[in-house]
Write a protein that binds this ligand. Structure first.
Ligand code: IMP
Length: 498
């Protein structure tokens, strides 16, 4: 006979955190958000730690290289999606790994004999007012000079004349060698009152530009997720079908962590694939999932998973529960898996972090998920709203929206994620829609982090492990849930008379 689990399946909306005593040494400025990403021996440092507990979903609509760069600069990690060719995914990984904060690859490039008229057209196309002049007009050519919009005026200079007539030639141009660090480059920009410092290799070919205008931006991110070579970290999704070809290509490209991406990770296929990766590439941390209970967590932890993702059916674009009747309320799932993780730790001495994936609708849900034992969260809808995500930004009557579609929708048709027994989707498990546009990731995430820190302060926790071990949560009734919201007519909303 089927087993009925007596406990009701609950979600984050049904819980609130109780404030704990706040010590005087616990303030938003002192709260730390670092968290382990991967399996480690208790008491030892994990091979990868995140500066903030946020990862972006393994989805076409979400995790672009641009988003991965922005998120890693804020201490989190993106998992670039695998619903693309191995070559394209590896190229996306490379794009993130090659990013050097503050070192910009020039996109406004001309030859010395190009006309000023051509230069104006290039500047208009890129929107940038500093152009490099190289022997072949490329970003990696031998640098001959620099020309900015301040060096010529259409009414004063013959626009048919060559760029070389108005450029500052290399002989008069301060430049730096390839081993220059960002702080050395910044010091020169300020000491020599430069706007731009070109960085050249030993042959005189251009590598990067460093701009004075980016100085404040580079100071903004003290908490970046970087590897030992100071390159931003990036993760990549993999599947149980082509992993034997995909994993080596992603490793070669420089991926820092991998994660099997499946709507139901409690399977022999995932255990076999994990075992294969651990045998052939033991150096690369590899996560598994998704699961919703302790039994499935232990299965994947024993198969070698370095972290386990939790969540089936809770995603904002997800219709798996409607279609297949599979899933579990996200709060119940996290609580059950966290208990199994702790039992596994006590039994083996190894800590396998867990990730709460999907269904985080309000910022405070992040705090609730972490308090319940998640080591980090993964979000799709949240990140899809930002400029850096893949979806198009579209105008509506009330403002702007961004496109957001599920991996199980007809638009993505990610059959490798859904075990429907065919090489293709038989039926949809996700929808294709829109989310409200939310601007720049850096600003949006800063706000979410500020809220998380103040919640932790109210709960008297200076670190995430402390938060997990001391948080007190209460279930809310329908009536007390109503009480959570503002109960007046809002100043900027039209008054409605009941
Ligand atoms: P969200 O943060 O609530 O939008 O949920 C994102 C998560 O939903 C992802 O990380 C996946 O685990 C899951 N997901 C992505 N695409 C689909 C889909 O098409 N159907 C069901 N779940 C999905």
């Amino acid at each position: 006979m089927a087993q009925i689990i007596a406990e009701v399946s609950r979600t984050f909306n049904e819980f609130l955190l109780l404030p704990n005593r706040t010590r005087t040494d616990c303030s938003p400025a002192t709260v730390g958000l670092s968290t382990p990403l991967v399996r480690h021996v208790v008491g030892q440092q994990p091979a990868i730690e995140l500066g903030s507990p946020f990862t972006s979903a393994i989805m076409q609509a979400v995790s672009t290289p641009e988003l991965a760069i922005a998120l890693a600069r804020n201490g989190g990690l993106s998992f670039l999606h695998h619903n693309q060719s191995i070559q394209d995914q590896a190229a996306a990984v490379r794009q993130v790994k090659n990013f050097k904060a503050g070192f910009v690859t020039s996109d406004t490039n001309v030859r010395p004999d190009d006309s000023l008229c051509h230069l104006v057209a290039v500047m208009q196309r890129t929107g940038h007012s500093t152009a490099v002049v190289t022997h072949d007009g490329t970003a990696a050519g031998r640098l001959l000079g620099l020309v900015t919009s301040r060096d010529f005026h259409p009414q004063r200079h013959d626009l048919d004349g060559p760029v070389s007539s108005r450029m500052t030639a290399i002989a008069d141009l301060p430049h730096a060698s390839a081993d220059t660090t960002l702080s050395e480059a910044n010091a020169r920009l300020w000491d020599q009152r430069l706007d731009c410092l070109p960085v050249l290799d030993t042959e005189g070919h251009l590598q990067y530009l460093v701009f004075r205008s980016d100085y404040a931006d580079n100071k903004r991110f003290p908490n970046q997720a970087v590897d030992p070579a100071k390159r931003l970290r990036v993760g990549a999704g993999i599947n149980t079908h082509d992993y034997q070809e995909r994993v080596p290509a992603l490793l070669e490209a420089g991926a820092d962590a991998l994660c099997f991406d499946s709507s139901d990770g409690y399977s022999d296929w995932q255990a076999q694939a994990l075992t294969w990766v651990k045998k052939h590439y033991p150096e690369i941390p590899t996560g598994g999932g998704n699961v919703v209970d302790g039994e499935a967590f232990t299965f994947l932890a024993e198969a070698g998973a370095d972290f386990v993702k939790v969540g089936v059916g809770g995603g904002s674009i997800c219709i798996t529960r409607d279609q297949k009747g599979i899933g579990r309320g996200q709060a119940s799932a996290v609580l059950d898996v966290a208990a199994a993780r702790d039992a596994f730790r006590d039994r083996t001495g190894e800590y396998v972090p867990i990730c709460s994936d999907g269904g985080l609708v309000h910022d405070y849900h992040v705090a609730v998920a972490l308090a319940m034992g998640a080591d980090f969260v993964m979000m799709g809808r949240y990140f899809a709203r930002f400029d850096q995500a893949a979806g198009a930004k579209l105008p509506t009557r009330d403002g702007f929206v961004k496109e957001y579609w599920g991996e199980g929708s007809n638009r993505a048709r990610n059959w490798q994620r859904y075990g429907q027994g065919a090489q293709g989707l038989i039926f949809e498990e996700g929808v294709d829609g829109y989310v409200p546009y939310a601007g720049d990731l850096n600003e949006g995430l800063a706000l979410t982090i500020a809220k998380l820190k103040t919640t932790m302060v109210s709960c008297g926790s200076a670190t995430l492990p402390e938060f997990q071990s001391t948080a007190r949560l209460t279930l809310v009734s329908d009536q007390s849930f109503q009480e959570s919201h503002a109960n007046v007519t809002l100043r900027d909303a039209p008054a409605t008379i009941a």
